[in-house]
Write a protein that binds this ligand. Sequence first.
Ligand code: ADP
Ligand code: MG
Length: 586
Amino acid sequence: MRRWFLIAFVIGLALLPQLPVPEFWITQANYIGLYTLVVIGLVLLTGVAGLTSFGQAAFVGLGAYTAAYLTLTQGVSPWLTVWIGLALTFVAALILGWITLRMSGHYLPLATIAWGLSLYYLLGNVDGLGKYDGLLGVPALRFFGIELNTGRSFYYLLWAIVVLAALAASNLLDSRTGRAMRAVKGGTTLAEAMGVDTFRTKVTAFVLAALLASISGWLFAHFQRTVNPSPFGLNMGIEYLFMAVLGGVGHVWGALMGAGVVVILKDQLQVWLPRLLGGSGNYEVIVFGIVLVLVLQYARDGLWAFIEARLPRLQRRVDWADAAALPGRARAPHGEVVLDVAAVRKEFGGLVAVKDVSFQVRAGEILGLIGPNGAGKSTLFNLVTGVLPASGGAVRLRGERIDGLASREIARRGVARTFQHVKMIAGMTVLDNVALGGHLRGGCGVAAAMLRLDRAEERRLFREAEAQLRRIGMAERMHEPAGNLALGPQRLMEIARALCADPTLLLLDEPAAGLRLKEKQALADVLRQLRDEGLSILLVEHDMDLVMGLVDRIVVMEFGTRLLEGTREEVQASPAVRAAYLGTEH
Ligand code: ADP
Ligand code: MG
């Protein structure tokens, strides 16, 4: 059905200019196309990577003015100016992104507002760019000798570019980079733990969105045949964002829908509102504001989500059964010290959450880390995995210092983890979530993904992801959205995701919480099997039956200190351990 929908859409698109429809329709369709290009960029930036930009109109302006200025004053061919515009946009977006994307929170929206305003006033004040009157008489595009000087002739070039951009964007969304972008939206901890360079990923999304806007600007200049600053101001920047939110920021189709609805609605409102309210004015802005509030209140995922919910869910075709296995990591020899935690300390202001704790984990060993709530176990995990910087001490992995390294560098060296509070991308399938764990085992980037040249690698990643899900007993649920799973299966999914990284050291933070007895037994079997394969496992768990049946040695923590380290028997016999647990949860 989806395929028919798509075919019908493309046929309708191709036929429209052939039908005896008024010229105005074609003009409107052209504007929808121009806006869709920009909004596809916002889908990547805002919907997927979770970054808000009010400054897209300025990038459109950069593309448009480059085209107009160079063709008019230097006589440069438009087929060259498009590339010059893209290059300028690339540099501008890279600089802007580089400065602002390191900062969190509201800096990016604010910076894009500042950028949008400054470019607007710059364009309006430069003599060579015609100030607020702009540049007139931009030539029409010529395509293989045909002059695209009518709405209908321009339409085909424009929409061919829109369709290509939409395809490229949806290919990107379904790729290694696409998963990384979605992971970034969920906060940096998860993404970095999977080995994703979150800063780089954000900059990539920002630059891509700017490039799409720049192409739209180039087309805009040759469609309108004149440029002036007003369509590239902050108002329009807000309107682009409005289109994205209205249509549905998570989907490429949402971009088209948002652009379409806004163009048509705006036209109708400009006709009807002055008649109803009398006089003239930009009344439609008020309606847009109200609609935006309603959409955010009642349909956060936008209009496209309504349609999508009524379409049959798309299931990934399983085509990786014969894919080559991914190369594995060299295992540490049995008994080698894999993790060496030496006098590690963590202070949160006055609170010492981890007080000079030391222990070692060897290859082929499961070390249990137990202790009452608040003992500092999760903090210790965060120190080992680089989520938090240590206040003192050293952490070594196979003899190499890893404290002070970025989370993703530690992941690259073979440390994988699960989280006490499950972290996942709820809207993505279980399979895709697990494939994210294999991020560092792939290498395809944006261009390969857009051109679909990454399929061989993707098949290998999915084969690995399915194998790890099967190992943990969840293969039959791989096509479900991860958010639909109950807590227990979500934890199992996290373990499969960690295993997908082919780790040397696996850190599990309360993996059995929320599991049923049968699931716990199955989990214990898998952990034993992993240990026998030579993996080192650090296990934080409250279920004592599970811990005692599984681990080789135990470290007991209390109030941030190491209370005891010993065998199961030693720990069970210790009065100090019993005292630590008395009055707490056991
Ligand atoms: P556990 O996992 O053993 O239950 P945690 O490591 O989560 O314990 O917490 C240890 C102590 O550190 C607790 O007192 C907790 O409140 C404190 N703590 C943990 N994370 C932070 C943080 N980011 N900021 C301040 N205090 C924290
Ligand atoms: Mg904890």
